[in-house]
Design a protein around this ligand. Structure first.
Ligand SMILES: [Cu+2]
Length: 213
């Protein structure tokens, strides 16, 4: 019997979800002062993969390119790292995946959900880099004591186009990490991660999702 491997650290670069060009041209719209209320987006985080987790996320913009990101979640697999990102795809549906996206095996991988939420654009790390390069920087993500994440960080988005897309309700927050067999560790009982074969699927499958509207 294979011994379950715990994920304790390390950074896995992930070219498959590396930054893609946004291709969103800045429109020469007339300048209008934006009220704070107009520029804030938020959304409820609802469970995926029957994780039982839920929460809320928001972005309060402080400039055209930066904002304070809040994430509040409960019911996550406790004391394990939970990668969390803002996803956006120019050609994605800009919504959370459904059971249909999971396919016949009913296990929704990160890739399964990509048509819905697009690639990783911002890594909601606790320190350091917030680019897609940190997609699986598991040593810089919340570990959810008692299944709880309380996250606040001011983030400068990688481009004005990305910030505009999020402001326009197209950003999707996803928190990853599902302990399917409830043994308190990420192990390979549900297969390998679609993002990095050296990681268990449990470490990267989506646990909650919410659109920032
Ligand atoms: Cu993600």
């Amino acid at each position: 019997m294979r011994k379950p491997r715990m994920i304790t650290g390390g950074v896995a670069a992930l070219s498959a979800v590396a930054a893609l060009g946004l291709g969103v041209a800045a429109q020469g719209a007339p300048q209008a002062p934006e009220s704070r209320a107009d520029s804030d987006v938020s959304g409820r985080l609802l469970p995926l993969n029957s994780s039982g987790a839920s929460g809320k996320a928001s972005v309060s913009f402080t400039s055209r390119r930066a904002g304070v990101v809040h994430v509040k979640a409960d019911g996550l697999a406790p004391n394990l790292p939970h990668a969390q990102h803002i996803h956006f795809g120019r050609t994605a549906r800009n919504e959370c995946p459904t059971a249909f996206d999971a396919g016949h095996d009913h296990q929704l991988t990160t890739t399964d959900g990509a048509d819905a939420y697009g690639p990783v654009r911002t890594s909601l790390t606790t320190s350091g880099d917030t680019s897609p390069d940190s997609v699986l920087a598991v040593d810089r993500y919340p570990v959810a004591p008692e299944g709880r994440v309380r996250y606040e960080r001011k983030i400068t988005f990688s481009s004005k186009a990305l910030a505009t897309a999020i402001r326009n309700g197209k950003g999707v927050v996803v928190i990853h990490g599902v302990d399917y067999n409830g043994n308190g560790a990420y192990d390979f009982s549900s297969g390998k991660s679609d993002l990095d074969k050296s990681l268990p699927a449990e470490a990267t499958d989506p646990a909650v999702c919410g659109v920032l509207r």
